[in-house]
Design a protein around this ligand. Structure first.
Ligand SMILES: *[C@@H]1O[C@H](CO)[C@@H](O)[C@H](O)[C@H]1NC(C)=O
Ligand SMILES: *[C@@H]1O[C@H](CO)[C@@H](O)[C@H](O)[C@H]1NC(C)=O
Ligand SMILES: *[C@@H]1O[C@H](CO)[C@@H](O)[C@H](O)[C@H]1NC(C)=O
Ligand SMILES: *[C@@H]1O[C@H](CO)[C@@H](O)[C@H](O)[C@H]1NC(C)=O
Ligand SMILES: *[C@@H]1O[C@H](CO)[C@@H](O)[C@H](O)[C@H]1NC(C)=O
Length: 485
């Protein structure tokens, strides 16, 4: 009995081990995704968690520790990387107490509730050159304070500390990945950070953006941005790089090796392709890039400098975010593999060849099938039209208008209607938001044409959303009273 029981135990243990190995392998070939929340009308957190699970995402990266979102991830089995926004770095660097409070409120509480938090990313691309060095002095001390706070909370082994870095913290003077090193102006700082990562076993998180390379450099070879081979490969000693993703990844690997840190693992914190707002941002290119990436990851081939090693990456992004800053470009609001409402934009097989396609969010509640458009008899030369469009687009999202965008084919009246509708939906179809001094009217006939979608808003779900809408409406009416319109 005892022996039999023992054998049964061994068999069971072996079965579990096999299962765990398979899961680990699947997980390595699985994919993470970034869940951003800069939307006027975010889907309910529980809807998004179900969307993640339905699509087989096993890891998620958050930019902020929002209670509602972490609560919804409870018991989901999804591993979580929680970000700390840059504007908190200075406080966290200056005060161990502030770091302890942050860990208590934003990690310990949720871990105790059953949220599988694995990483804290202290800062989001803090060393971007556009920040002019604002966060150079505070990022590393903040990481150290958060680490110490996690240790004293008894979470030091379970939750690792890292920082999400933009890929311009490393570079190669020759353009060959094997010459990779950290940027000269922050070299010493980077070595301190990498030493910290190495001693705690935390990964180096870097964001890799072939789309931005293409956007920034009109001479960038288009096919080198994708994964189907390139007519302009980079030859580096015995290795030929056919895509910029591998070259970028290996530039970092080379920088780590050159500086004596061969064992620090690389995690790609953000990688993706937008679908609108620029000539190279469209569903076909996004599908080509993301499917190429997913197949590359699923192939298990690794990169030339790390052959056979799993590529660990988080797609950017889950859904479009209509409140993102468009300072980098109009494409910023269109990185989602799903639209704002959780509808897939294109076919994507998440588990490499032979996997299932993207499935939409379930149970999404929309406002009525009603749109706001310019009255057919309105005079485009009327000064009020231009003013109204400026107002609507200043408050709502008009980034699908413009050269080679999804609504780039609209005529002048169509443009105005698009702007009016965008505003009207953002204001939850409030009648007063479809007036524009008598220029606008509602319709139940969908004005969408071809690739241009006139959206219907999703129903407000939280008081937060209502408050934002109420505030925007208040501003609108204040301007109205002030005679702006
Ligand atoms: C927890 O994180 C949220 C979101 O970043 C932040 O607003 C809050 O201040 C944090 N709590 C503490 C105690 O630091
Ligand atoms: C960085 O400096 C430039 C030029 O001085 C300035 O235009 C920009 O606003 C600064 N950015 C930040 C984030 O401080
Ligand atoms: C960072 O520290 C250096 C040296 O103490 C100082 O010169 C610099 O002004 C600081 N930068 C910021 C943004 O605080
Ligand atoms: C890297 O890991 C290998 C294998 O575990 C080990 O032999 C080597 O000493 C490590 N190198 C460093 C620099 O830590
Ligand atoms: C429509 O609006 C876009 C963006 O403002 C502009 O580039 C385009 O020229 C407009 N089209 C017409 C026909 O007015």
């Amino acid at each position: 009995m005892g022996a039999a029981g023992g054998n049964g135990g061994v068999a069971k243990a072996a079965a579990v081990a096999v299962l765990v190995l398979c899961m680990a392998r699947w997980s390595a070939a699985g994919m993470g995704v970034n869940w951003g929340t800069q939307l006027s009308h975010p889907l309910p957190a529980s809807t998004v968690v179900r969307l993640l699970k339905d699509n087989g995402f096993d890891r998620v990266k958050l930019f902020d520790a929002e209670d509602g979102i972490l609560g919804a991830l409870k018991g989901s089995g999804i591993q979580v990387m929680v970000g700390i926004p840059n504007d908190m770095l200075s406080d966290l660097a200056g005060s161990t107490k502030a770091a302890e409070r942050w860990v208590t409120a934003n990690v310990s509480k949720h871990v105790n509730d059953g949220v599988d938090i694995r990483l804290v990313a202290v800062g989001n691309e803090p060393f971007l050159q556009t920040f002019n060095g604002t966060y150079l002095n505070t990022t590393f001390p903040a990481m150290q304070n958060i680490q110490a706070a996690l240790m004293s909370a008894g979470l030091g082994n379970q939750v690792k500390v890292t920082v999400a870095l933009n890929a311009d913290v490393y570079q190669s003077s020759s353009g060959k990945p094997s010459d990779g090193d950290f940027r000269a102006d922050i070299h010493g700082l980077m070595l301190n950070i990498v030493q910290f990562l190495a001693s705690s076993g935390a990964p180096f998180v870097a964001n890799v953006y072939p789309f931005i390379s293409l956007y920034a450099d009109p001479n960038f070879p288009l096919d080198y941005a994708f994964f189907q081979g390139s007519t302009s490969p980079v030859v580096d000693g015995g290795v030929t790089y056919e895509n910029t993703f591998d070259a970028n990844h290996d530039t970092l690997v080379a920088a780590l090796r050159r500086n004596g840190f061969p064992n620090v693992t690389v995690v790609v914190g953000e990688v993706g392709w937008p679908t609108d707002g620029d000539a190279n941002a469209n569903p076909a290119y996004a599908q080509r890039f993301n499917q190429g990436l997913l197949d590359h990851v699923a192939s298990g081939k690794g990169t030339p400098l790390t052959p056979g090693a799993p590529v660990d990456a988080y797609l950017f992004s889950l859904v479009d975010e209509d409140r993102k800053s468009i300072q980098p470009g109009n494409f910023e609001r269109h990185w989602g593999i799903f639209f704002y409402d959780g509808k897939p934009k294109y076919q994507l097989s998440l588990r490499g060849n032979g996997g299932g396609m993207l499935v939409p969010a379930r149970g999404v509640e929309y406002l009525q099938r009603r749109w706001c458009v310019l009255k057919p008899d309105a005079d485009l030369a009327d000064q009020k039209v231009g003013d109204s469009v400026s107002y609507a687009c200043g408050s709502a999202d008009c980034t699908s208008l413009g050269y080679k965008t999804s609504c780039g084919g609209l005529d002048a009246k169509g443009n105005v209607s698009y702007a009016f509708n965008s505003y009207y939906q953002t204001e939850d179809q409030d009648d007063r938001a479809c007036d524009f001094r008598g220029l606008a009217t509602t319709t139940t006939v969908d004005p969408s044409t071809g690739t241009c979608r006139f959206i219907i808003g999703i129903a407000p779900t939280s008081t937060a959303t209502r408050n934002v809408a109420a505030r925007t409406a208040a501003i609108f009416f204040a301007l109205l009273l002030a005679g702006m319109f």
